[in-house]
Design a protein around this ligand. Structure first.
Ligand SMILES: [Zn+2]
Length: 271
């Protein structure tokens, strides 16, 4: 009996190690301490230990950057912004693709087509960087605040380059007209942690106004809070109806990280 229990434990351990062999991603939440410590909450992401790792401190803290990083996101944007810079143009070449929508336990995320993804070009007529759209996902309330106030929702369009550079376009959502594309996401989003690829549903993310934005150097807003992310928060909101905001909040409420210290960073406004 003793032996068979040992073998079972061994198999369980192998399964765990396989699942975490590439990257450890222990559980975390958006909860915020009030009276009692929430050990996996957002004030404690940096202290979460990888239970599968036997690495010594600090290597078994996979989310350490959430705490020690000096260029974290999101931030509060204080207006009027005095730094009105001559910044690069952003050109988006998005198009409709078959909808693949995932509930990852923290947000509702649209996974962009790998074979024909949208592109983002940033630069000028002489030279530009090309980024590939990877996915876009929703926070409620919005994560970037403006003079301390948050929008009901914010959508993050995450782009990358083959050499690992990340650029995120943040789009705040204000209450207003019904949003047809958002409705496709809400109608097809799984209620459990899984991915849904409905037949004959196409999602079209075109129509963002990238002519004016606030740019700063930041990070991913979820663990592992990796820095080196170029942020472009568009100053023109998109709209969604109150019912659509409520519909998203039936999946996730308060999936927003609190704003982080600027630590000397400057946010620039492209006029
Ligand atoms: Zn996000």
């Amino acid at each position: 009996m003793k032996n068979s229990k040992k073998i079972t434990t061994g198999i369980a351990l192998i399964v765990l190690m396989t699942a975490h062999s590439v990257f450890a991603n222990p559980h975390w939440t958006y909860e915020i301490d009030t009276d009692t410590a929430v050990l996996d909450g957002q004030n404690h992401w940096a202290e979460i230990i990888d239970p599968t790792s036997s690495a010594p401190i600090p290597l078994n803290y996979p989310y350490a950057e959430c705490g020690i990083g000096q260029k974290q996101s999101p931030i509060n944007i204080s207006t009027p912004l005095t730094n009105q810079a001559k910044l690069n143009d952003i050109i988006l070449n998005y198009h409709a693709n078959p909808l693949v929508v995932e509930n990852n336990g923290h947000t509702i995320k649209v996974n962009e087509s790998i074979t024909s993804p949208g592109k983002m070009y940033i630069g000028n007529s002489l030279s530009h960087d090309e980024y590939t759209l990877l996915q876009y996902h929703i926070h409620s309330p919005g994560e970037h605040t403006v003079n301390g106030l948050s929008y009901p929702m914010e959508i993050h369009f995450v782009h990358g380059t083959p050499d690992g550079k990340l650029a995120v376009i943040g789009v705040v959502v204000q209450p207003g007209a019904h949003n047809n594309e958002l409705q496709k996401i809400l109608d097809n989003a799984p209620t459990t942690v899984t991915t849904n690829s409905p037949e004959n549903v196409f999602i079209d993310p075109r129509g963002l106004d990238t002519s004016h934005y606030v740019s700063y150097a930041g990070s991913l807003t979820t663990p592992p809070c990796t820095e080196g992310v170029n942020w472009y928060v568009l100053t023109t909101p998109i709209e969604a109806s109150d019912a659509q905001v409520a519909s998203f909040q039936s999946f996730f409420t308060d999936n927003a990280r609190q704003t982080q210290n600027l630590n000397g960073r400057v946010a620039n406004l492209k006029k």
